[in-house]
Design a binder for this molecule. Sequence first.
Ligand code: FMN
Length: 178
Amino acid sequence: MKFMIVSGSNRKDATSTQLCRYIERLLRESGHEAALFDLWEKPLPFYTKDSQPEDANVSELKQGLLEADGIVLATPEYHGSLSGVLKNALDFAGFDHFDGKIVLSVSSAGGAVGVSSLQHLQTIVRNVHGINCPEWISIGGAQRTFSPDGVPEDEKTRERVQRTLNYFTKMVRTFRMK
Ligand SMILES: Cc1cc2nc3c(=O)[nH]c(=O)nc-3n(C[C@H](O)[C@H](O)[C@H](O)COP(=O)(O)O)c2cc1C
């Protein structure tokens, strides 16, 4: 199956992006295609409903979402919500990209967990007719440390990520069966 992972932090080496890279690796190791779209590396213009010059990053994001069987959205917790760059990116997408697809929400927070941003993300997913994976992942505080080769140092975090991905991929397979 094909997965699109959108990393919503606007900074280099963000912990949410490191988690996305780890998720990408685990998905590939279990035989799936996975692409990571990092909004820091590939910034988007501000969305406007007015006509806008074609933008290569916007086109890549939309194509990746269109082709995906399952989608992962990751955000830092900012003021109890998702990041501005991720909200802006999602404004470029809609039913065509999300309808009937399972979406896993992921967050990184300064506090212990970032549930508020996950809830806001899930509200957006519902509004574009995506199907929220009931499991989600939030890393916070000291769980945000990664080894030089990109593996979460906290064992419970590794277990949590693997368990959630197993649940998520099983759900995607069920919903994408023709
Ligand atoms: C503007 C801003 C607002 C933040 N608001 C919160 C918050 O409401 N709750 C929280 O736990 N952490 C908050 N933080 C801390 C970030 O969530 C935390 O540093 C997170 O790990 C950043 O993710 P990143 O490494 O992927 O960029 C905030 C940080 C910034 C810069």
